[in-house]
Write a protein that binds this ligand. Structure first.
Ligand SMILES: [Zn+2]
Length: 329
């Protein structure tokens, strides 16, 4: 599989949670949680189109100001997705500043914030610089249940889990990739040109064999004669889970959301022997992170959000994860 999405933990396995997901062929990126972002170059932050916030504990949301500071006057829209309360949290952050000069900025900046509530309902609001970041209600998007983003190339789904407060876990799923074999196209004397777009679209949508495919400047041909010019590859699935209690209900729900995941970023805040502390704080142990990875059938598990109590003991937690899961780093 050719990976088009490249995930990177901004602060490694121990610092504030923030997963930067870069798109290979687009000036675009996602952020999962907005912890401290000082380690992330400005040019990367400016690529973020969508940020997914698991919950608003300080270490998951403190970097919002960095995004705001860099984006003013340079970015048109940033979408934020998170649990109930996110609209108020964003509005309150923005309300802390004085915006009397808002109309002097050359460009507007809008945060479009979508909340996914525990009962599956949604709320959405837009907060614009030109309107001094007052929350303006928007109709919720018409999306399938649990889906936060649904585009032709990918979708992002979420489930509400329990961290003594609602906390979202996320799954990014790419659509199948279609790769055109340029050498085969040329070997058949066909042009490399605009016709390849609708042709790929026909393959992707499952069009029947006798569908006529127009070819730039040449007679149309049935799809069956052209199928060998493309290969279809499964897209990547990437999961992000952090700050949840190690309950059976959480582990089951996370495992279902993340079924078949290629790379799972999952908190493993505490060592297995500190399960009582983990339970008290509403976090996972290494063993519980492994259990989610197993239930999901994850190919790779990237544990993170190690508690500061294990400073300089990354190896110890990694060893525990590896002991029970072969797809660990
Ligand atoms: Zn938390």
């Amino acid at each position: 599989m050719k990976a088009l999405l490249h995930p990177d933990l901004v602060n490694g396995r121990t610092g504030d949670p923030a997963l930067f997901l870069d798109f290979q062929f687009a000036r675009r990126a996602f952020l999962f949680d907005i912890g401290d972002l000082h380690a992330l170059p400005a040019r990367k932050i400016l690529r973020v189109s969508d940020a997914f916030v698991s919950h608003c504990h300080l270490d998951h949301f403190v970097g919002f100001d960095t995004v705001l500071r860099l984006s003013i006057g340079r970015v048109a829209t940033i979408r934020l997705h998170g649990p109930e309360g996110l609209i108020a949290a964003v509005a309150q952050k923005l309300a802390a500043y004085t915006w009397n000069l808002a109309d002097k900025y050359a460009a507007d900046l809008a945060f479009v914030v979508q909340e996914l509530h525990e009962d599956g309902s949604r709320r959405r609001a837009r907060l614009r610089l030109r309107n001094r970041f007052v929350a303006e209600p928007l109709d919720p998007p018409d999306l399938p249940s649990g889906c936060l983003l649904d585009e032709p190339a990918l979708r992002v789904r979420a489930v509400t889990l329990d961290h003594f407060i609602p906390c979202l876990a996320f799954a990014v799923e790419e659509a199948r990739h279609l790769n055109v074999w340029r050498n085969r196209v040329e070997a058949e004397g066909l042009p490399i040109g605009p016709w390849l777009g609708p042709f790929k679209q026909a393959v992707a949508s499952g069009a029947p064999d006798d569908t006529a495919i127009a070819i730039d400047g040449l007679p149309a041909r049935p799809l069956r004669d052209l199928r060998h010019l493309v290969t279809v590859e499964r897209g990547q699935k990437i999961g992000y889970v952090t700050d949840i209690r190690g309950t059976e209900a959480n582990i089951t729900a996370a495992g279902e959301l993340l079924a078949g995941v290629d790379i799972l970023f999952c908190e493993a805040a505490f060592a297995a022997e500190d399960a009582a502390v983990a339970a008290d704080r509403g976090h996972l142990t290494t063993r519980e992170a492994v259990e989610i990875a197993r239930r999901a059938g994850a190919k790779r598990l990237e544990p993170f959000h190690f508690s500061p109590r294990y400073a300089d003991q990354d190896d110890r937690l990694l060893r525990e994860v590896r002991e029970f899961f072969s797809g660990a780093p």
